[in-house]
Design a protein around this ligand. Structure first.
Ligand code: ATP
Ligand code: MG
Length: 232
């Protein structure tokens, strides 16, 4: 059973969007997957409740009791055959509240948006993750998900400079797209939607799975995610 935590203290950077899309992509690829919704508002759980019964199932576990979820008790709350657990965390989460979860996770995904406020907040958050969380010491892998990118914007250039200076891999680059909203309305991941951009969206998510599963990323997937890179 592998566990992946999606976390950034900064609100609205796409944690729930990324957690649900990842969980549904894992499910679509045949993994028995659970979404552990650590956010008391339960947006991820609500998203998956809208899911058609024919879509690959994702078990959801709520986090009514914050104290209990911060400890190893989480393990008792998912079916024993679960293969992948994706944890969605709330805004303003404090590293020390979730220390045990972080240190025993297989991977931590940190979403970041291309805005000066988000870049600053994320820089502080990553510093805390390394200093207080000491996640690297515990061999938890950390990856960045650059989210809501728009080509040829100045903000993208600023984000790229920030990412270049970090010693942390950028696992994928996700475009800013209404398809994420439409997918959420229907209880789906964006990779489960048809229409324009479907192929690229699927590749962008497969790049995440490849990194998590420590597989060589398909060169097509890499090319698609790199399209959203600002020219240096
Ligand atoms: N790639 C994207 N393209 C378009 N819209 C997006 C994208 N990613 C996220 N959003 C939208 O941005 C908003 C915030 O996203 P989300 O709720 O996933 O963030 P969050 O980090 O979970 O927020 P919170 O801190 O409140 O839990 C939502 O309306 C979501 O639909
Ligand atoms: Mg959220």
């Amino acid at each position: 059973m592998r566990r992946i935590i999606v976390i950034n203290a900064k609100g609205g950077c796409g944690k729930t969007t990324i957690a649900v899309n990842l969980a549904t992509r894992y499910a679509a690829r045949g993994y028995l997957t659970a979404l552990f919704d650590y956010d008391p508002l339960g947006a991820g759980q609500q998203w998956l409740q809208r899911r058609d019964s024919e879509a690959p199932a994702v078990v959801t576990v709520g986090a009514a009791d914050r104290a209990a979820t911060a400890t190893r008790a989480w393990q008792l709350r998912v079916p024993p055959e679960t293969q992948r657990i994706v944890v969605d965390t709330p805004a303003s989460v404090q590293i020390h509240e979730i220390l045990d979860q972080l240190r025993t996770a297989d991977a931590v995904l940190v979403p970041v948006l291309p805005s000066p406020v988000d870049i600053r907040a994320t820089a502080d958050f990553i510093r805390d993750l390394l200093l207080i969380g000491k996640v690297r010491h515990h061999r938890t892998r950390i990856g960045i998900v650059a989210n809501r990118l728009r080509r040829n914007t100045r903000a993208l250039g600023d984000l790229e400079r920030f990412l270049d200076a970090l010693d942390i891999p950028v696992v994928t680059r996700l475009r800013d797209s209404q398809r994420y909203l439409h997918a959420a309305e229907r209880g789906l991941g964006v990779h489960e939607m048809t229409g324009r951009g479907a192929y690229g969206d699927r590749l962008a998510w497969d790049a995440v799975i490849d990194w998590l599963e420590q597989r060589e990323t398909d060169s097509l997937a890499r090319a698609f995610t790199d399209r959203l890179r600002a020219p240096s």
